[in-house]
Design a protein around this ligand. Structure first.
Ligand code: ADP
Ligand code: MG
Length: 493
């Protein structure tokens, strides 16, 4: 009920010829379970490999082969369900979903239908304006992936690669709770982030570990839900946004022309930027679901579920709140740091026993900035948290200025080494000796008699003098000391 009642912010309404429209979106996300082996066989679930290298007799559906449930995949599904604050069903059933496809040798997919392993839950999504929205989860079920047909290797033949056949997928079905393409994008991003924290799906969309079926309908603001269309297999967050925008406008066009929407399955073509019909509801499959006679119902004990629950890591929302309160960070900075678990770990390792804000500033602006520029990640960073922490120490102890610190960072980035040793051996220590600074200040004042009257008349010009002194000391003078001395000598308060 709440789904239908929630209205889009008016900024997200689409203006049509007959007035405003709201977009209603619900997603079915397929997430490949992170696991060494497949859902019902012992063969490798690793991405890639030579075609048909990771195929057991079970995956190839040889007659008489029996599926054996992989306990770790079940654990991963439960872990994901707990991360989505969802109800874990202690009793669930595997069903056969029957259909023919060349890359589905069994002739059916083992999935879960009426009794999935995970029930209702909720994901809190973060929007650009700082607002949050709760998106309901309908269910999460476990199922097998199919193989892959390859059509571009031979002019008249297709090939089948069964490496992916039998890999474990989690299908996560949302309620129709999203009201704009931005919300849908934020939802997939958050879902991906949560699963990466949990270690249950790597979220790699290019490799197909995460893909979404996108259900879209439109309605006049606050009216009853309209008929939806389902856009299949969208494998990038950007394309998903484009597909939703196109599809909503297509439906509004039809409705405003007095037509009606046929419930159908559509495909998004990123090159043309449009969706096109794949099959209508009449052509929809009748899968003839029935419980798989080769598999017993899945029964989980409360203790087993509790053990998994107790082992959950701190999730992004909680971690962000803690970063704000424990380190005094802004919500924005905390958000950047918790985007990936590895970055948040790096930050915490660096911030230990140090000023949180200064450390966050160095991690976000210098390190992340540089990593992005070089196409590197926190896993491949040449500057360790130990080294960055030492740089922060050198700044806070007043040994080097912020400017020199950037030079030291640069040296560590390219050459490695110990920041304090580099500061020592290359003579980069900040000059706090007032005698030396005073000599430099005197020299600059003597060299620029013409500028003195100007700075006395307009004290904001002092920065120019400070800059000259810093330059003449190779950036090593303590900027505060330079400032104080200049003011004193030029008679500026
Ligand atoms: P089915 O079983 O036919 O796939 P579901 O009721 O399970 O249908 O819904 C599938 C997806 O479609 C869910 O993610 C749900 O949120 C979404 N959905 C349902 N109704 C609408 C609607 N009117 N507009 C947009 N999305 C919808
Ligand atoms: Mg469906």
């Amino acid at each position: 009920m709440i789904s239908e009642q929630r209205m889009a912010a008016s900024k997200d309404w689409i203006k049509g010829a007959t007035g405003d429209w709201e977009i209603i979106i619900g997603l079915e996300v397929h997430a490949q379970v992170t696991s060494k082996s497949k859902l019902f066989s012992g063969s490798s679930a690793e991405f890639g490999g030579e075609p048909n290298d990771h195929v057991s007799l079970v995956d190839a559906a040889m007659p008489g082969m029996l599926p054996v449930i992989n306990e770790y995949c079940v654990e991963q599904a439960v872990r994901t369900g707990l991360g989505l604050k969802a109800k874990i069903n202690n009793y669930s059933i595997f069903d056969r979903k029957n259909y023919f496809y060349p890359d589905l040798p069994q002739g059916y997919q083992i999935s879960q239908y009426k009794q999935p392993i995970v029930g209702e839950g909720v994901v809190t999504i973060d929007l650009d304006d700082g607002k949050t929205v709760e998106v309901g989860i309908e269910r999460l079920h476990l199922e097998q992936d199919a193989g892959k047909s390859i059509h571009d290797q031979h002019p008249s033949m297709s090939f089948v690669d069964l490496n992916r056949s039998g890999c474990a997928l989690m299908e996560i079905v949302s309620k129709p709770d999203m009201r704009s393409s931005d919300e849908a994008r934020a939802y997939v991003t958050k879902l991906r982030q949560i699963m990466r924290y949990l270690g249950t799906c790597d979220g790699n969309m290019e490799q197909g570990s995460l893909r979404a079926d996108v259900n879209v309908s439109v309605r006049k603001p606050g009216a009853k839900f309209g008929t939806r269309c389902e856009i299949k297999n969208v494998n990038s967050v950007r394309f998903m946004g484009q597909a939703i925008e196109f599809e909503a406008r297509r439906q509004i066009g039809i409705l405003e022309d007095g037509g009606k929407i046929d419930q159908e399955t559509r495909l998004y073509d990123p090159r043309k930027g449009e969706t096109r019909s794949m099959r209508s509801k009449e052509e929809a499959h009748d899968y003839r679901y029935f419980p798989d006679p080769d598999l017993l119902p899945l029964e989980l004990t409360d203790d087993w579920v509790a053990t998994i629950k107790n082992s959950l890591p701190e999730l992004p929302d909680e971690k962000r709140a803690r970063f704000v309160s424990a380190y005094g960070l802004s919500a924005y900075d905390a958000n950047v740091l918790v985007a990936e678990r590895a970055s948040s770990d790096f930050f915490e390792a660096t911030a230990k026993g140090r000023d949180g804000k200064i450390t966050a500033n160095w991690v976000i602006n210098e390190l992340f900035g540089r990593l992005n520029k070089e196409g590197k990640t926190i896993e491949t960073t040449p500057v360790s948290s130990l080294q960055l922490g030492e740089i922060v120490d050198l700044i806070t102890s007043g040994t080097i200025s912020g400017k020199i610190a950037k030079d030291v960072f640069e040296i560590i980035w390219t050459e490695g080494g110990s920041p304090s040793q580099i500061v020592e051996t290359r003579g980069l220590k900040q000059v706090t000796d007032t005698g030396a600074i005073e000599r430099a200040v005197n020299e600059i004042i003597a060299k620029n008699p013409d500028k003195i009257a100007a700075v006395v008349a307009k004290p904001s010009m002092l920065g120019w003098f400070v800059g000259q002194v810093m330059k003449s000391t190779g950036g090593k003078a303590n900027p505060q000391a330079v400032n104080d001395l200049l003011r004193q000598k030029l008679g500026i308060n």
